[in-house]
Design a protein around this ligand. Structure first.
Ligand code: ADP
Ligand code: ASP
Ligand code: MG
Length: 864
């Protein structure tokens, strides 16, 4: 059968994402954008399941005046569905006869379903009884209408679709309200029903959360009779994985209102981060222990199958999200995530006589099982004096009553003291596969809680060592999670490495010539390290590059090939947003998105020439170290640069700046060594512009000024607008940065700068300026000859002390060290207390993408 060969993907859209008609339309575009054959599973729109449950409960409660209130609420619900359907099916493209017909069909379904609801509620009010089976029937319309609206929205948007009711393909066992799927039956039925539709090019749309249950409870019905049953709250996730399994899908995507599976619930831990990849067992553990992002049993159908499940951001469809699969990555991170379940009660069965009496534990859990109470956490002290376990808060009293009955005799004999119930608790689970291999994880968890002043009521660690769980007062659950999250630095490295992470993720801000040069070096080094040769650079991983239009990001590191492609794209005038894998965003948004990711010890490298201070501050806030080649954040108003340094220091992070002055020359490094060895720098003088050095030595050799400048631009020496160099502004900034090192307290305006741009050419556009370069040639030829006749030459010199900074053109004699400089060479002379007569001089090439990239790389290596 050809349908078998078709690549199928299952896409589930969660209720939280499907709030209104526009959201349905957005989901439709996601489905239409996939190349594989999609199967769609939908939840009820946000909040509707709760509304339906509330209506049913209120109907049986039958309070006075409630009938009118219920009718009003049903009318309200009807209106909400109509509005969603109108927008989902209609949309901005306007009405057509075809759309009208589709719209009428859905409206009729909505009305039918809500009329049915109204009469159901009326009979509930009369009967005053709400069975789990009826409750399931009431809420099932939430997802059913949702799926019908979705199928209609697809059709209206030109994609052939088919509504398939879940009761035809999902078969369940067990109780209403929390049924389990029968995998074998579901596999068969789903394949039989869906494959022909897929083969016919249709997109099947299936309501999540519900299935078909055999009616065999004592309320009657023949064994053959079936009724709709729900899979438990959040059950649409499970529907999606069931169908993915049945159809042999290539992947299942769960589209949610979060950027992925996070290290913790973001509502509780604000600095939670996206985990790029999680092992199935870890994700299952999180779901089971209450992470409200996945249905607890959602991963059972995919066990042992090559079927990755992705939690994807609905609001950002090209975002990477989280992969849940059988791969084991991030091995270095023993702890990956936390979750908590509130509303727990702790039951204690205790007494001296329990010692050595076999079967107490077995009888305890057997009794609870028969009572239908599930136990989430068990701990037994080794002295066997007590067994202690958590049950859902609502079941606490029932559990106690049942156990009092069970142990009636033992209690009478005083073998068991009694059954204790403690309410108002929460269990918190700390999860990670790597915990098994690392010592001291539990100690770190409990130390963090102790430091936070949080009292632990009970502890359990499963033998799998995949999970450490503890019970705290419900009111302590949030602070407990924040404390553990911080202790394992989950916000920083997405896993809390007991050892330092093996690499650091680098984010490039700016992908011009220097950015491309640096990316090239890094990509090449990381390739080499695969061959077993390890050096410092192999500890750096290029995770993302951002430009003004957008960004590219690969949590696994951009490959040499990708970097090559990106560089080619940029070279041929395309932006990162337009490049393959590129995504449009402002730099600020790109940075926000990246910082939500579990990057490993991330470093932001600023290679722009723009005023990026707010971005750099945001990066520091997000826990990144910073390497600057961009001078502006350090050369603006004094308050601004001080704030930046203070922030970096307060966060206990680092910011390195070597490439801001002198490209790859070790200027800051030398300064630091002087100061660390007890010397004091009095004055720094130098030729700090590779561009001006190049232009002036070319003019000295008789070339025209305009040609010399063009040459400098072609070689990538100049700033984007060469007037930044010629005006002295760029050198002024470098001088100011050095001055601030010496304690200069002034503002940029306090730097005396001599501009080499004639007044007439200052205010005009860059292109106009470039067209008029030749106007300057005659003047420069004259100046050069004048200097030469004196046996001297022209240099652009900066002079920096704590009190005064000036930069400008000087005629330097043969005796000056600056006389002999060639091309882009920079020279910096430190006059210090020790080197007072004979300054310490550093000379070398001071401009160009390659040497600047090398300077940046040096800083990066200092951070590894
Ligand atoms: P759906 O719309 O698919 O039903 P849910 O509302 O069930 O989605 O799940 C998403 C919600 O789960 C998020 O809004 C988030 O607040 C919560 N959540 C709890 N723990 C986590 C976690 N570890 N990662 C991501 N989201 C989480
Ligand atoms: N609508 C159901 C709920 O709110 C199921 C789901 O959303 O997956 O729990
Ligand atoms: Mg859900």
């Amino acid at each position: 059968m050809s349908a078998k060969k078709t690549v199928v993907e299952v896409h589930k859209f969660g209720g939280a994402s499907l709030g209104d008609g526009a959201a349905f339309r957005h989901a439709v575009t996601i489905v239409q954008g996939r190349s594989a054959a999609p199967v769609v599973v939908v939840s009820a729109p946000a909040g509707i399941t709760d509304v339906l449950l509330g209506l049913a409960t209120r109907a049986v409660a039958g309070e006075k005046g409630s009938r009118e209130a219920l009718e009003r609420d049903v009318a309200e619900l009807r209106k909400r569905y109509h509005t969603i359907a109108r927008v989902a099916v209609g949309g901005p493209a306007g009405k057509t006869a075809q759309r009208d017909k589709i719209g009428q069909g859905v409206t009729a379904e909505i009305d039918r379903s809500l009329d049915e609801l109204a009469s159901l509620l009326a009979s509930l009010a009369a009967l005053k009884e709400l069975t789990p089976r009826t409750r399931d029937f009431v809420v099932s319309r939430g997802e059913r209408l949702s799926a019908q609206m979705f199928a209609a929205a697809l059709a209206a948007a030109g994609t052939a679709s088919a509504y398939v009711d879940a009761t035809e393909i999902v078969f369940t066992e067990g109780p209403f309200g929390g049924a389990s799927p029968n995998l074998a039956l579901t596999d068969l039925a789903a394949r039989k029903r869906l494959q022909p539709l897929i083969a016919a090019g249709k997109v099947p749309v299936v309501p999540g959360f519900i299935g078909s249950a055999k009616i065999d409870d004592d309320t009657g019905g023949s064994l053959e009779e079936r009724a709709v049953a729900t899979l438990g709250r959040g059950g649409s996730d499970l529907t999606a994985t069931l169908l993915g399994r049945a159809l042999g899908a290539s992947e299942v995507s769960l589209w949610k209102d979060v950027p992925g599976l996070l290290t913790a619930d973001p509502r509780v831990v604000p600095d939670a981060r996206v985990i790029p990849q999680l092992h199935l067992r870890e994700a299952a553990e999180l779901a089971y222990y209450g992470a409200k992002v996945l249905h607890p049993r959602a991963l059972i159908p995919v066990a042992g199958r090559p079927l990755p499940v992705f939690v994807r951001p609905f609001g950002d469809p090209s975002g990477p999200g989280t992969e849940i699969s059988a791969r084991r990555t991030l091995d270095k991170y023993p702890v990956k995530a936390l979750s908590a379940a509130g509303g727990q009660a702790l039951i204690t069965v205790g007494g001296n006589g329990m010692l050595g009496v076999p079967g107490i534990a077995a009888r305890t859990f057997e009794a609870l099982h028969r009572e239908g109470i599930s136990v989430s956490l068990i701990s037994q002290s080794s002295s066997e004096q007590s067994i202690c376990f958590a049950v859902p808060g609502g079941a606490g009293k029932r559990a106690r009553a049942r156990l009092l009955e069970e142990f009636h005799d033992e209690i009478g004999r005083k073998d068991i003291d009694g059954i204790g119930v403690q309410d108002g608790l929460a269990t918190v689970a700390v999860v990670g596969l790597g915990m098994a291999g690392h010592r001291g994880i539990a100690a770190r968890v409990f130390a963090a809680l102790a430091d936070g002043g949080i009292n632990i009521v009970a502890i359990a660690q499963g033998s799998s060592e995949l999970n450490i769980s503890f019970v705290v007062a419900a009111t302590d659950a949030a602070p407990a999670q924040r404390a553990v999250h911080a202790a394992f630095q989950l916000a920083k490295i997405g896993g809390g490495a007991a050892t330092r992470a093996a690499h650091r993720d680098v984010v490039l801000l700016g992908f011009g010539q220097i950015g491309r040069a640096l990316a090239g070096i890094m990509a090449k080094e990381s390739k080499k390290s695969l061959g077993g040769k390890r050096n410092g650079a192999s500890k750096l991983r290029l995770a993302a590059a951002i430009d003004t239009t957008g960004f590219v990001f690969d949590p696994g590191g951009l490959t040499a090939r990708t970097v090559g492609e990106l560089a080619d794209a940029k070279q041929s005038g395309r932006s990162l947003a337009q490049a393959r894998g590129g995504r449009p965003a402002t730099p600020a948004d790109a940075l926000t998105l990246l910082s939500q990711h579990a990057l490993a010890n991330p470093i932001l490298v600023d290679l722009t020439a723009a005023d990026t201070t707010p971005l750099v501050l945001a990066a520091v806030d997000a826990g990144m170290d910073v390497v600057l080649a961009n001078k502006r954040p350090l050369a603006g108003p004094r308050r601004q640069s001080s704030e930046l340094w203070e922030k970096v220091a307060a966060a206990n992070q680092r910011m390195l700046t070597e490439a801001t002055v002198g490209a790859g020359l070790p200027i800051f490094d030398s300064y630091r060594k002087l100061v660390e060895s007890g010397d004091r720098v009095l004055k720094i003088e130098g030729c700090l512009s590779g561009t001006l050095g190049f232009v002036l030595t070319e003019v000295e050799r008789g070339r025209s000024f305009s040609q010399a400048l063009r040459g400098a631009m072609d070689k990538g020496y100049t700033e984007p607008d060469p007037r930044d160099d010629l005006s002295g502004a760029d050198v002024g900034r470098k001088a100011l940065i050095l001055g601030r090192l010496l304690g200069f307290a002034g503002e940029p305006d306090d730097v005396a700068v001599e501009s080499l741009v004639p007044a007439a050419l200052r205010g005009i556009a860059r292109d106009a300026f470039l067209g008029r370069l030749a106007e300057m040639d005659a003047d420069w030829a004259k100046r050069a000859t004048a200097a030469k006749t004196k046996g001297a030459t022209l240099r652009y010199v900066a002079s920096v002390s704590k009190d005064k900074i000036s930069v400008g053109l000087e005629t330097v004699s043969r005796q000056s060290p600056f006389f002999g400089l060639k091309g882009t060479d920079n020279q910096v002379a430190f006059t210090t207390v020790r080197y007072r007569k004979n300054p310490l001089v550093i000379t070398g090439p001071g401009a160009g993408p390659a040497v600047t990239a090398a300077g940046v790389l040096n800083d990066l290596l200092r951070l590894t």
